[in-house]
Design a protein around this ligand. Structure first.
Ligand code: ATP
Length: 224
């Protein structure tokens, strides 16, 4: 079996969109990752409960990655009780994949800026590297405890293969300006989000009537 690095990209994925998918694929290629595991959070600790169940959000992730073998949906957080803490996911993965394999936890800059609100956040680097996806020109915070932590553990992408965990790497790359919030708002306003997310995902959202999809049409036809 191959023993290259594995990317772990967690999120609410409410819903998954092309911003997530393109970043995951570009990182897989630029960091020579064996695969990127997209891990839907069953119960995101720092958010309101999402409109779609964890099962439904995971199903959308499955549909989104079905034709790309380098990206896989990892449903492990759905089978745990209570808040979905990333550190618990990393502990499980480390146990399954062994002590030597590099694991790269992938997060956006929005997550890095409030990482110190995460459960046992400083332990994340005991189990994985942290790869921060940043738009070109974005800079790490320069003051505060996250800044000192990043300075202490900062590395470059070429070092990721050389150790299983422990580095924070800023990866400058294209970031599509798409957010799940915008997609949900668009759907609720009766607009189509097509081309911001995979067609299969949008088709399923419409079938479920999620985020208010189809409500306008139903109202026009007196269904509601
Ligand atoms: P919301 O708008 O509901 O906050 P989101 O689009 O930011 O959702 P999340 O599921 O919260 O999506 O994010 C999962 C991960 O994906 C986070 O690490 C986040 O920083 C990252 N991310 C979100 N949008 C993008 C994007 N357009 N490109 C790259 N990464 C993204």
């Amino acid at each position: 079996m191959s023993s290259g690095p594995i990317g772990i990209f967690g999120g609410t994925f409410n819903p998954i969109h092309h911003g997530h998918l393109r970043s995951a694929l570009e990182l897989k290629q630029s960091l020579a990752l064996d695969q990127v595991r997209l891990v839907p959070a069953a119960e995101p600790p720092l958010r309101r409960a999402p409109e779609l169940s964890a099962e439904q959000r995971a199903e959308l992730v499955e549909q989104a990655v079905a034709s790309e073998p380098g990206l896989v949906c990892d449903r492990r957080e759905l089978s745990r009780q209570g808040p979905s803490y990333t550190v618990d996911t990393l502990v499980e993965l480390r146990t399954e994949l062994g002590t030597d394999r590099p694991l790269c936890l992938i997060v956006g800059t929005d997550i890095l800026e409030r990482l110190d609100q995460w459960h046992r956040w400083e332990e994340l680097l005991d189990f994985a590297h942290l790869v921060v996806i940043a738009r070109p020109g974005w800079r790490m915070p320069e003051t505060g405890r996250i800044a000192s932590w990043v300075e202490e553990h900062g590395g470059v992408s070429a070092d990721l293969q050389g150790s299983p965990a422990g580095l924070v790497v800023l990866q400058q790359q294209r970031q599509l300006p798409i957010s799940a919030t915008e997609i949900r708002d668009m759907i609720a306003a009766g607009q189509s989000p097509r081309y911001l997310l995979p067609d299969a995902v949008w088709d399923t959202i419409q079938r479920l009537g999620a985020y208010g999809a189809g409500l306008e049409r139903q109202e026009q036809h007196g269904i509601c």
